[in-house]
Design a protein around this ligand. Structure first.
Ligand code: NAP
Length: 231
C-alpha cells in the first residue's frame, strides 16, 4: 500500500516504522517539515514528506496529531483524496481545550470527521505507543493483543482491520463512528492491552451515561504528561 502518516510523534513514528517493515511505501509528515524527518527516514526507509504529500497518499492516510491540530491540516487535499483516512487521536481537554461539540455529545472522531468534511475510521487510539511497538504477536497465540476499529464504511473498516492484523494485533469491530465513544479515553477498552474476547467484553460494558466521567478521569491521569496545544 501507499500510506501517508501525518504526525511523527509517539504513535505516528511507530506506525510508520512498522508499516514500512511490512513492505508498504510510507510517507510521514509533521508540523516542522520533511528536513526534520531525514534521520528517521534514513533509519527506517520511510519517505520524509510534507503534510500535503502525506495527505495525498493513495490507499491510507493516518492522522496522529493532537485533536485540535486537525483544523490546521490541508482540508481540501484530504477531501479530494479517496484513500481511507484513520483518526488515531484522542480528545484530552487539558491539551485540546474544550471542544463544545464533543462536550455536547459528538464522539471524538465524529468531530474530527466534521472538521475534515469527510469520513474517518477510528483506530490505534486505544493502545499506548510502547505497546503498539512491542506487543505484536502471531495470530492465534495467547499473548496477541486486540485493537478495535470503528467507522461507518464497511470496506474502509475491512482495510483498516487488515492493517491491524498485519501489524500483529487482532482486529475487533468497534461499531459505527457514533459508537466509537466505547474506545475513547477512560473507557474499559482504553489502553489496557486486552485480547479479543476481553476487548469485546470491555467495549460492551462501557456505559454511555459515564462518558464525561471517563473523559475527566483519563484527562486528570494524563494531565502531568500533556502540554496545552498552542496551534
Ligand atoms: N502517545 C500515545 O501512546 C498515544 C496512543 C494512542 C493515541 N494517541 C493520540 O494520538 C495523537 C498523537 O499522539 P502522540 O503521542 O503521537 O503525539 P506527539 O508525540 O505529541 O506527536 C504529535 C505529532 O503531531 C504533529 N503535528 C502537530 N500539529 C500538526 C500539524 N498541523 N500538521 C502536521 N503534524 C502536526 C507534531 O509535529 P512536530 O513533530 O513537528 O511537532 C508531532 O509529530 C494524540 O491525539 C494522542 O492523544 C497517543
Amino acid at each position: 500500500m501507499n500510506v501517508g502518516i501525518i504526525g511523527s510523534g509517539n504513535i505516528g513514528s511507530t506506525l510508520a516504522r512498522n508499516l514500512k517493515a511490512l513492505g508498504n511505501t510510507v510517507l510521514i509528515a509533521n508540523s516542522r517539515g520533511p528536513s526534520t524527518l531525514a534521520e528517521f527516514a534514513a533509519e527506517t526507509g520511510v519517505v520524509a514528506a510534507t503534510v500535503e504529500q502525506a495527505a495525498q497518499a493513495r490507499d491510507l492516510v493516518i492522522i496522529a496529531i493532537p485533536q485540535l491540530a486537525v483544523s490546521n491540516l490541508p482540508l481540501d487535499v484530504l477531501r479530494a483524496n479517496a484513500a481511507v483516512v484513520v483518526d488515531a487521536g484522542n480528545y484530552y481537554p487539558t491539551r485540546d481545550g474544550v471542544v463544545a461539540e464533543v462536550e455536547a455529545g459528538a464522539t471524538d472522531s465524529e468531530w474530527i470527521a466534521s472538521v475534515l468534511g469527510r469520513p474517518v475510521i477510528k483506530a490505534f487510539n486505544n493502545i499506548v505507543a510502547n505497546s503498539l511497538a512491542t506487543r505484536d504477536a502471531l495470530s492465534g497465540t495467547a499473548e496477541r493483543v486486540a485493537l478495535s476499529v470503528a467507522g461507518d464504511d464497511v470496506n474502509a473498516k475491512k482495510l483498516v482491520e487488515s492493517v491491524v492484523e498485519q501489524l500483529g494485533f487482532d482486529a475487533v469491530d468497534g461499531g459505527t463512528l457514533a459508537e466509537s465513544w466505547r474506545q475513547q479515553p477512560g473507557t474499559p477498552a482504553y489502553c489496557k492491552d486486552l485480547n479479543a474476547a476481553q476487548l469485546k467484553a470491555a467495549l460492551a460494558s462501557a456505559d454511555h451515561a459515564e462518558i464525561k466521567r471517563y473523559r475527566k478521569e483519563a484527562d486528570e491521569a494524563a494531565a502531568p504528561y500533556l502540554k496545552p496545544f498552542k496551534g
